[in-house]
Design a protein around this ligand. Structure first.
Ligand SMILES: C[S@@+](CC[C@H](N)C(=O)[O-])C[C@H]1O[C@@H](n2cnc3c(N)ncnc32)[C@H](O)[C@@H]1O
Length: 220
């Protein structure tokens, strides 16, 4: 699939690269774990090589971690084979199309994905569809629009032209929140966990309202 080409090519390197801000990553893991229970069915979209899924799976009842890249999923399955966790499975899936029929989840996780999808509204709609009413969508996303303008307007297009960067959406926090709100999500918390200089990655927890929840009236 065309959307997966870049990620298939870089998967082995991605797996070998160290996490840039380990303390910030651990903070996000701890925050997410606090929102999980061993009763929960959890779906992760854009799981990459499964690093996060392997860390979170034992805090869930079942975690299905998915990615559009066959290479990423192969590496994730290799890791799982060397460190089996009964609750965890990996599968190839595009976050932009309905996932696995009518199955719904208590939590949907999307880490370092939303700035990379082609159609954010479509991805959000699929996440909303996959969640049970009252369920939580938990995400961490790079806000490229908050970076030095030379990055989105010069560095990334140049890198993309030579195949060194994927398609990237130049989003800010307000646009991400608006995309979630358009799909009916209610904002639970908006946080930043980075520990190094300015943190461009926003951690958002949003809930899918229960059928009985009254619609929220926006005041802005
Ligand atoms: C930056 S990596 C993040 C991987 C992992 N979540 C992490 O935080 O390390 C982005 C991942 O999103 C996947 N991806 C991109 N578009 C996708 C889509 N439409 N559906 C599912 N996965 C997608 C890529 O294949 C890649 O593995």
């Amino acid at each position: 699939m065309r959307k997966a080409r870049f990620w298939n090519r870089v998967a082995r390197k991605y797996a070998a690269d160290p996490i840039a801000d380990m303390a910030g990553y651990e903070a996000s893991l701890q925050r997410t774990r606090g929102l999980l229970s061993t009763e929960h069915d959890v779906l992760e979209i854009g799981c990459g090589t499964g690093t996060t899924a392997l860390r979170l799976a034992t805090s869930t009842g079942r975690l299905l971690a998915t990615d559009i890249s066959a290479e990423m999923i192969t590496i994730a399955k290799e890791k799982l084979a060397s460190q089996p966790i009964p609750q965890l499975s990996f599968a190839l899936a595009d976050a932009d199309v309905p996932m696995f029929g009518t199955t719904t989840y208590d939590r949907v996780l999307a880490f370092n994905l939303l700035h990379l999808v082609i159609d954010l509204d479509q991805t959000m709609a699929m996440a909303a569809q996959a969640l049970r009413p009252g369920g939580l969508f938990i995400s961490k996303t790079a806000c490229i629009a908050e970076m030095n303008p030379l990055i989105p307007h010069l560095a990334l297009p140049l890198m993309r032209a030579i195949g060194k960067a994927p398609h990237v959406q130049c989003l800010n926090e307000a646009q991400l929140r608006a995309a979630l709100t358009r799909q009916g999500f209610q904002m639970v918390s908006v946080e930043r966990h980075g520990t190094k200089k300015k943190d461009f990655r926003v951690f958002i927890i949003a809930s899918k309202p229960l059928a009985t929840d009254p619609p929220r009236v926006s005041t802005c």
